[in-house]
Structure formats: structure tokens, C-alpha cells
Design a protein around this ligand. Structure first.
Ligand code: HEM
Length: 181
């Protein structure tokens, strides 16, 4: 996982909890990297799960809730860092359809070693999008939070139905998104 995701996670903890909490979880997690993340570096995604587990233990907030909140916060940061990806798009459902064949394709050009999920999508109706997340990593809550952050960014109210799909390897989740009109 790219260092930018880790450094934004540490900033999220500093802002939403406290700088002491951020130091505390790094110290108690016994991380292979030691917790010194640079934006261009690449680290084991399991370090993120270690940090979130430590944060959950110390804060009493369940891990999935923390990962979702972080995902929601992360969307705003990504949108600010890569405004070119949002140009000309005025709705969350339009944007979310572009992740697989445009956004993450561009991300791969910037970071050839990025570990990205894949998405399948279809639109059952004008105000609905089915998005199926597949990844080797168990980061469906991050995807869920990113979808929520995307909806907030475009000012859309989305209802999100989520179904875990049974797969032999990795994680697959079907998100059915319905825009309230
Ligand atoms: C401007 C928009 C976006 C940008 C620039 C972006 C970029 C990135 C980057 C840099 C990573 C990290 C790759 C790595 O750590 O190696 C990533 C991972 C990820 N992205 Fe995106 N992304 C965007 C939007 C989204 C949205 C809207 C979703 C949700 C539907 C999403 C789902 C994910 C997930 C879940 C991961 C974690 C890796 C995994 O699950 O396997 N991204 N993305």
C-alpha cells in the first residue's frame, strides 16, 4: 500500500482523535516500517490493519467504523490532490463508474506499484449503480467509506446496500447505490 494512504491515515488520527493517539498506536503496533511513512514509499497493507486495530482498542470504536470514516475522509483528500480526475463530472454515480477504466488506470501510471482493487459496474436504472469490488486485500470498508465521501463531495444522497460475495480468495462485495432524487 502506498505511503500516501498511511500518511493520510496518521493525519486523520491526529485530527479526529489527537496527536498523542497517533504516536500511541504507532508505538504499540510494532510495525516492520517503524511507522515512518513517506508518500512515495510502499508498505505492507497489513500495517494499516495493525494501526486500525490498535486505534480500535484504544478508542473503543469498532474497526469497520474506523476504516469507513477514514475512507470518507480520504476521498476529500484524493479529490483535492487530483482535481484533474474530477473535471467535467457532476455526479457521484458518474464518477464511480470511472474508477476502474479511468481513475485507477491513471493512478497506475503515476504509481506503477500501486495495489489496486478492481471494480465491475452496471446501471440497472438512471439513479442506480451496481459496483462490485474485488481485491486481494480485505478493504471493503475503505471502499464503502470512499463511496460515502464521493457522495458527500458531489452533494448526492446515496443509499448504499452492501452484500459480501462468497469467494475463494480475497474479498468481493456488491454495492448497490441508489441516488435519492
Ligand atoms: C480521485 C479519486 C481516487 C484516486 C486518486 C484513487 C487513488 C488510489 C490510490 C493511490 C490507492 C492506493 C494504492 C496503493 O496503496 O498501492 C487506491 C486504493 C484504493 N482505492 Fe482508489 N482512488 C480514488 C477513488 C476511489 C474510490 C471512489 C473508491 C471506491 C469506490 C476507491 C477504492 C479504492 C480502494 C478500496 C483501495 C484500496 C486497495 C484495495 O482495496 O485493494 N478509490 N486508490
Amino acid at each position: 500500500m502506498k505511503g500516501i494512504v498511511f500518511s493520510k491515515f496518521i493525519e486523520f488520527v491526529e485530527e479526529c482523535f489527537s496527536p498523542e493517539m497517533a504516536d500511541d498506536i504507532i508505538e504499540s503496533s510494532d510495525l516492520p516500517s517503524g511507522g515512518a511513512y513517506t508518500s512515495v514509499g510502499t508498505y505492507d497493507h497489513r500495517e494499516m490493519l495493525q494501526l486500525v486495530t490498535a486505534l480500535s482498542e484504544k478508542s473503543g470504536t469498532p474497526v469497520p467504523d474506523l476504516v469507513r470514516s477514514f475512507g470518507c475522509h480520504l476521498f476529500g483528500i484524493l479529490a483535492g490532490a487530483y482535481p484533474q480526475f474530477l473535471e467535467g463530472i457532476d455526479s457521484s454515480l458518474d464518477f464511480l463508474q470511472l474508477i476502474e477504466n479511468y481513475i485507477h488506470v491513471e493512478v497506475r501510471k503515476l504509481y506503477p506499484d500501486a495495489e489496486l482493487p478492481t471494480f465491475e459496474h452496471c446501471s440497472p436504472s438512471a439513479n442506480q449503480l451496481e459496483l462490485i469490488y474485488h481485491s486481494k486485500r480485505p478493504l471493503g470498508d475503505l471502499a464503502h467509506g470512499l463511496i460515502e465521501g464521493c457522495a458527500a463531495h458531489f452533494g448526492d444522497t446515496l443509499s448504499i446496500e452492501r452484500e459480501e460475495l462468497l469467494v475463494e480468495e480475497g474479498t468481493s462485495i456488491r454495492f448497490l447505490l441508489t441516488r435519492q432524487v
